[in-house]
Structures are given as structure tokens and as C-alpha cells.
Design a protein around this ligand. Structure first.
Ligand SMILES: CC(C)(COP(=O)(O)OP(=O)(O)OC[C@H]1O[C@@H](n2cnc3c(N)ncnc32)[C@H](O)[C@@H]1OP(=O)(O)O)[C@@H](O)C(=O)NCCC(=O)NCCS
Length: 259
């Protein structure tokens, strides 16, 4: 699909999160990718991983071309020291994005002049949740996951923290150089997420807006966006073969808030 002109506007306080259910990709479809992407696609050992990578990168290009007069195949990317990609086409650095992919879903978040991170994960049954939590989460997060005796509730809490922490480190763009034990997501009595830093954590002084969403029964999504003190409008936009379907944060077809 080639867009000749933008069909979506992105206001200063808008965040759009496009979500795709990828379908099998024919090899010819990879033609819109650049040489680095095609090379990376060829490096995957398993077809399903290669197909997901190709679908995600085609989707990213399609999404970006909805906001700017740049054909899908003409997007160029640079990466920071930690691997976070950004648009390299001159004049388009205002269009910030982040990509996440897992079997069954691709998510691409875009914002105007705001750092953004998104993470989508497929639900999996987890072995030794206790060790995984203590290895990955801050002590209050690990304690909260393990404080319920219900395995399904433990897993739901686990994926909420996991995706939130990933979305945050992806928004910051510093990958796992940010110590995962030194920042904590905490739900207040209104079930709103708050972010707490341990003393000495490399906080950048920025304010962030973040939240989690279930995508049907099998996927978890979280986003994190540089808020700069503004109350941002976050829209989740689903994509399938017949086009877009979208909704506000609190009203989105197959997506539902954490209970
Ligand atoms: C690479 C990383 C940024 C995300 O990895 P991930 O969750 O496995 O993968 P996702 O699908 O969500 O995101 C991958 C995309 O993020 C983008 N990305 C890569 N490096 C990034 C960075 N430093 N910051 C932000 N985005 C980045 C790229 O677009 C990448 O897509 P590509 O690999 O197709 O080029 C990094 O956080 C990582 O290695 N995580 C490992 C998992 C882990 O231990 N997480 C702890 C969770 S609490």
C-alpha cells in the first residue's frame, strides 16, 4: 500500500499506537525494506521470526508514511548508541516512533517531538516465576507479583510490569543500561500507575505518561511517552486487511484495560 499524501494528523499532544495482527508474508513483500533490513531478515534461523521481522518493518514504514509525504520504501533510519532507531530523512525528526513485535502482534507508536516507547508481549506460561521476578524486577514489583496465590493473576501482573519496564527503557532509548531494579512501577489506590526511582537512579528529570493494555486474551501491551507536563491523548489503532479500526484509550474493540 503506497500513500501519496498523509492521511493522519498527529497533534503535539497526540500519541498513536498502531497495532497489527501480522499475516504470513510472501518474500516479494520485503522489497520495500532497505538493504540493512533485508540483511537482518535473512539472518533469522526460523522462518516465523523472519516473517515477523519483515511484517513489523513493512508495517512501520506504512505507519510512518501515513504522517508524512515520504513513500514507504524511502524511509531511512539511524540508531543511537544503544540501538534505538530514529528517522534519518532530513526534516522528519519530529516524527518519533518506537516498534515492538512478538508472535501474533506488532505495535508501532508515534508521537510528535516526544520520546516514545512501546512493548508488546505474547502471553506464555512461565517457569520459576519467583526467580524471574527477583532477577528482573525491583523488590516491590517482585513482591507484588508473588503476593497473590493465583497463578493466572501472577502471570498477568508479571506481564504488566515486564511491558511497562520495557516501554520505559525503550522510551529512554538506553536499553538495558538502565538498571531494572532501580525503578519501580506502582499502582495507586485508583489503579493508576506511578513510576518511582531508587536514590541515585539516572532519572532524566522528565515526566512520563504510561499505561498497560491487554490485546485480547493472549497479548500484553504497554507504552511510555515523554509527557513534558501535558495530558496526552493516546489512541490505539488496530489494523487488519480491511483497514483501520480505532478507539480512545478507554474504548477499543478487542483491547481492554487491566482489571
Ligand atoms: C532491544 C530492546 C530495546 C527490546 O527488546 P525486545 O522487547 O526483545 O523487542 P521489541 O520487539 O519490544 O523491540 C524491538 C525493537 O525496538 C527497537 N529498539 C532497538 N533498540 C532499542 C533501544 N535501545 N531503545 C528503544 N527501542 C529500541 C527496534 O525497532 C527493535 O526492532 P528490530 O529489532 O526489529 O529492529 C531491549 O530492551 C532488550 O534487549 N530487552 C531484552 C529483554 C529484557 O530483558 N527485558 C527486561 C524487561 S523488564
Amino acid at each position: 500500500m503506497l500513500h501519496c499524501k498523509p492521511d493522519r494528523l498527529l497533534g503535539a499532544d497526540d500519541v498513536h499506537i498502531h497495532v497489527l495482527r501480522p499475516e504470513p508474508v510472501k518474500p516479494i513483500d520485503a522489497d520495500s525494506l532497505d538493504a540493512a533490513e533485508r540483511q537482518r531478515a535473512q539472518s533469522f534461523k526460523f522462518d516465523k521470526d523472519r516473517d515477523l521481522y519483515i511484517a513489523a518493518h513493512l508495517f512501520l514504514r506504512q505507519v510512518l508514511s501515513r504522517y508524512a509525504v515520504v513513500p514507504e520504501q524511502d524511509w531511512r533510519f539511524s540508531t543511537n548508541a544503544y540501538g534505538k532507531p530514529a528517522i534519518a530523512n532530513p526534516g522528519y525528526d519530529w516524527l518519533q516512533f518506537n516498534l515492538s513485535h512478538t508472535q501474533g502482534r506488532v505495535a508501532c507508536a508515534v508521537a510528535r517531538n516526544r520520546a516514545v516507547g512501546v512493548d508488546v508481549e505474547q502471553h506464555k506460561s512461565l517457569n520459576d516465576l519467583s526467580a524471574l521476578c527477583r532477577h528482573t524486577f525491583s523488590p516491590p514489583e517482585a513482591e507484588h507479583v508473588l503476593s497473590t496465590p493465583l497463578p493466572s493473576e501472577q502471570e498477568q501482573r508479571f506481564f504488566s510490569y515486564w511491558t511497562l519496564k520495557e516501554a520505559y527503557i525503550k522510551a529512554r532509548g538506553m536499553g538495558l543500561s538502565l538498571p531494572l531494579h532501580q525503578f519501580s512501577f506502582v499502582q495507586d489506590t485508583d489503579r493508576c500507575w506511578q513510576l518511582h526511582y531508587a536514590p541515585g537512579f539516572q532519572d532524566d528529570g522528565e515526566s512520563w505518561q504510561f499505561n498497560t493494555r491487554r490485546l485480547g486474551e493472549s497479548h500484553f501491551l504497554a507504552y511510555c511517552v515523554q509527557a513534558g507536563g501535558c495530558d496526552l491523548s493516546v489512541q490505539l489503532i488496530g489494523a487488519n486487511a480491511s483497514g483501520d479500526f480505532c478507539g480512545s484509550e478507554n474504548n477499543f474493540l478487542s483491547m481492554r484495560s487491566e482489571p
